[in-house]
Ligand binder design. Structure first.
Ligand code: GLA
Length: 387
């Protein structure tokens, strides 16, 4: 038995007594292209990680959810009859939010004892919170004897974030965690809520480069970007009535109206419209392993994120320089919401170790911060685990 299984079984017995009756898992994700395109109903190239959250559970006879984490302290039981917010164990907000969203959608839930263990670094932009939401959503289905499609589960998770946790995010994180596919990136259409697998060429490795710099203002800056895009849609739809989201806008349409937009709004729209095109161009390049195109698409994505969408940070600039100088680098860009956190590089697989060493040394010398650099491989989306 793996160490992780043993740890979870032992700790479950110590905390709740006896054995869990089931266990589920949900992975984190990294976006390979498509920053902030999800809430503009555009495209994202996303990929699950081989890092995930496990949740061992056993249904309870009452309507109480008692959930604990092996990574974070703070236990806070909550009643399904009165789901309140929780300041002493903020990570349980994602479980509470999920319960709230599922009940609001009309599902009749039963309580459970649950123990969480995660290998996804927290707060660095790899969707550790969406993984908790998807795992909790699966746990409620088992405990309550109900079935929900993965797409609906992802939507419920997004609703939990938007309406309970208070982050106005798009569908990317929850969709990736619920519907990811082992061995492949996904080209996600955020309007249709469908995806096509986008296999990555042999010899190309995906490497997460965590700046480990604190992420400032992610919440408020994120909401500002969202509002600026909405403003762009409102103004552009005056000239083009069919425009419902920036997804519907082409570079030509934007050029024809750019002067009528406030400069900040024009910059934000430009980034999103171009980033959507880059996602579509990335799919064949990723599968063919077209190094030159991958490098150019990644360089343009980073430049746009920094100069047009303005989600950069000094630590990201230092990391970008380190990644591009390292042996085996094919392309490098931001990941997640930006403002620090993780970045992502495409690297020649046979140069992976040299790449990681070089990035670590160069970034630490420039910033005084030890980064966290590691390869990731796409794992299956959320589902059961045999204990
Ligand atoms: C965060 C949000 C996602 C998405 C990304 C940026 O991860 O939760 O919905 O908007 O930022 O692409």
């Amino acid at each position: 038995m793996s160490l992780r299984r043993q740890l979870i079984l032992d700790e479950f017995a110590a905390r709740f007594g006896g054995r869990p009756s089931a266990c589920v898992r949900a992975p984190g994700r990294v976006d390979l292209m498509g920053s902030h395109t999800d809430y503009n109903l555009g495209y994202v190239m996303t990929m699950t990680l081989d890092r995930d959250t496990w949740l061992a559970l056993r249904p309870r006879a009452d309507r109480v959810v008692s959930i604990q984490s092996l990574n974070l302290s703070g236990c806070s039981d909550f009643s399904l009859d009165d789901i309140t917010h929780c300041e002493i164990a903020p990570w349980t907000e994602y479980a509470r939010g999920m319960a709230w969203a599922m009940q609001e959608a009309g599902y009749v839930l039963a309580g459970f004892d649950g123990l969480v263990h995660s290998t996804i670094p927290f707060g660095s932009g790899l969707s550790s919170s969406a993984a908790v939401e998807m795992a909790v959503g699966l746990a409620f289905q088992i405990a309550s004897g109900i079935r929900i499609s993965p797409v609906e589960l992802a939507l419920l998770g997004q609703r939990a974030e938007n309406k309970f946790v208070g982050l106005n995010c798009g569908i990317l994180d929850q969709y990736s965690s619920a519907l990811g596919e082992a061995g492949s990136a996904l080209l996600l259409d955020c309007r249709d809520l469908t995806h096509t697998p986008a296999p990555i060429a042999d010899g190309v490795a995906v490497v997460v480069c965590d700046t480990r710099a604190p992420r400032h203002l992610v919440g408020s800056e994120y909401d500002d970007r969202h509002a600026q895009c909405d403003e762009g849609v409102r103004l552009l739809s005056a000239a083009y009535p069919h425009v419902r989201a920036l997804r519907d806008v082409t570079v030509e349409m934007l050029k024809s109206c750019e002067d009528a937009l406030p400069p900040v709004v024009a910059k934000r729209c430009r980034f999103i419209v171009e980033e959507d095109d880059r996602v579509l161009a990335l799919a064949p390049a990723l599968t063919a392993g077209d190094r030159a195109l991958l490098r150019d698409l990644y360089a343009a994505s980073y430049a746009g994120a920094r100069d047009l969408y303005e989600i950069g940070a000094p630590a990201m600039e230092a990391m970008m320089a380190a990644m591009l100088h390292a042996p085996g680098a094919i392309g490098a860009r931001q990941a997640g919401a930006g403002f620090g956190g993780c970045m992502v590089a495409l690297v020649e697989a046979d140069a992976m170790e040299a790449f990681a060493k070089d990035v670590e040394a160069r970034y630490a010398a420039a910033t005084g911060i030890e980064p966290f650099v590691y390869p990731v491989r796409p794992s299956a989306g959320a589902g059961p685990v045999e204990l």
